[in-house]
Design a protein around this ligand. Structure first.
Ligand code: GDP
Length: 445
């Protein structure tokens, strides 16, 4: 996700970090490089212009000139402004006072609407709701059947016109689904509508009619992030046509550039509410502007990581991990091993490591990581005594050879693990003290 942009920005900041004071020329050069990075990411020109103007204005002000570390201050400014263009606060779903809450999906064919309907239904169900999926895409062959499959996988009910009734009237289906939701006590209705390959007045009219007939709390515009700037043009057309309250970006997993994500909010004035990052129903979450900015700037996405961990592990275990991450103080090899084993259970290692700070630059190595390497590391740590694990500084030469023998590896491998551990420990410390992890006890922010 956003690898290209992330690499570019990280290298801009790496150059900047070597400087103590920043001259006006330094700031201008940095602004220029950020501008090129954003344009290459396919961010809409007006958005880039505004962004650069704000960065420059703030970078020339006293918050940078008086900062102890001006380069870091510039990174902070870019982070703040990225959060801003991504929408600021996380926008959550508005629920109706009297159920059912109607959520209508609109977007072009192939944007990922039907898949998304299933993901949203599953997500809502996990949040304690009882959604009803409604098939109003009566144009695309198999769309109804596809939604039924989604409903089955998500474990939620699907409302669809009886087969064999000809094409059917999507507006009537939508209206009838609300009556059905009331009858069967579904508190949320998710309406999947028909899309076309391009903007089409008939499709738009149908969406407008469904909107009028069902008065949704939320009309969500679903768009494929991989189409970059085109997403912004399509968004504009839907804004002018049916109108919408929020955006859902799909296929973010395949989007190396990030142009759509960074432009759509400012161009349409509507926030990104959800992000879809794969074909599986679980590849879906609320869109958090602050976490996304952190990822783009390679500051890691510790919160998402912790949430994923929470889904996999018991609370006590994750609370302990969060505390360690936040304090950085007594992060030991035991914790290192614990974390590694937790991560191992959470899924493919490359995806997860991508969320850790500083890993962006190591992407190539990360991609080469073999899950079996983790098992070797685990074996090494398990060959250590409890004392060595909690205070790795005591691991001298003779201890290293004993550990190597015990775990069937070379002394070189033990050395490299110990070095990596000290680096990780340092990273934990600087992260917890310097940046602050939002929502975590014991950190500044
Ligand atoms: P619709 O025409 O808008 O209903 O689109 P579909 O839901 O049928 O999705 C079109 C294709 O995109 C399908 O092959 C989906 O599996 C795929 N797809 C949907 N969302 C995502 C996503 O977030 N990531 C990836 N990689 N593929 C997706």
């Amino acid at each position: 996700m956003f690898e290209n942009l992330s690499d570019r920005l990280t290298s801009v900041f790496t150059n900047l970090r070597s400087k103590g004071r920043l001259s006006e020329a330094d700031i201008n050069a940095t602004a220029r490089e950020i501008r090129v990075a954003l344009l290459e990411a396919d961010v809409a020109l007006p958005v880039v212009k505004d962004f650069i103007a704000r960065i420059k204005e703030r970078a020339q002000g006293s918050e940078v000139s008086q900062a102890l570390n001006p380069a870091q201050q510039v990174v902070k400014i870019v982070n703040d402004e990225l959060i801003e263009i991504l929408g600021g606060e996380t926008r959550r779903v508005r629920f109706a006072k009297t159920p059912p809450t109607v959520i209508m999906l609109a977007g072009l064919q192939g944007a990922g609407k039907t898949t998304l309907a299933g993901k949203l239904a599953r997500w809502l169900r996990e949040e304690g709701h009882t959604p009803l999926l409604v098939a109003c895409d009566l144009q695309r062959p198999n769309a109804v059947q596809q939604l039924q499959v989604m409903g089955e996988r998500a474990g939620v009910a699907v409302y669809a016109p009886e087969p064999g009734n000809g094409v059917g009237d999507p507006v009537r289906v939508a209206q009838a689904s609300i009556a059905e939701a009331k009858r069967a006590q579904h508190d949320v209705v998710i309406i999947d509508t028909a899309g076309r390959l391009g903007i089409d007045s008939e499709m738009m009219q149908q969406a407008i009619d469904i909107r009028r007939a069902t008065e949704p709390e939320e009309v969500l515009f679903v768009v494929d992030a991989m189409v970059g700037q085109d997403a912004v043009n399509t968004a504009q057309a839907f804004m002018d046509g049916v109108g919408f309250d929020g955006v859902v970006l799909t296929k973010l997993d395949g989007d190396a550039r990030g142009g759509a994500a960074l432009s759509v909010r400012q161009i349409t004035g509507r926030p990104i509410m959800f992000a879809s990052t794969g074909e599986k129903l679980e590849d879906f979450d609320l869109f958090h502007p602050d976490r996304m900015a952190g990822r783009i700037l390679d500051m890691g996405d510790i919160l998402t990581l912790i949430e994923q961990a929470q889904r996999t592990f018991d609370e006590e275990q994750t609370a302990r991990m969060a505390d360690k991450l936040a304090s950085g103080e007594d992060f030991t090899l035991e914790d290192f091993l614990d974390q590694m084993m937790m991560i191992r259970k959470m899924g493919p290692i490359g995806n997860l490591l991508g969320m850790l700070p500083g890993m962006g630059q190591m992407r190539q190595q990360v991609n080469q990581i073999d899950d079996r390497d983790l098992d070797r590391v685990a074996a090494i740590i398990r060959s250590m005594t409890p004392g060595e694990r909690s205070d790795p500084k005591i691991i001298n030469g003779s201890r290293r050879s004993r550990i190597a023998k015990g775990s069937g590896v070379t002394v070189g491998e033990v050395n490299s693990l110990v070095t990596r551990f000290f680096q990780a420990q340092k990273m934990m410390k600087s992260m917890a003290g310097g940046m602050g992890i939002p929502g975590m006890p014991g950190t500044r922010r």
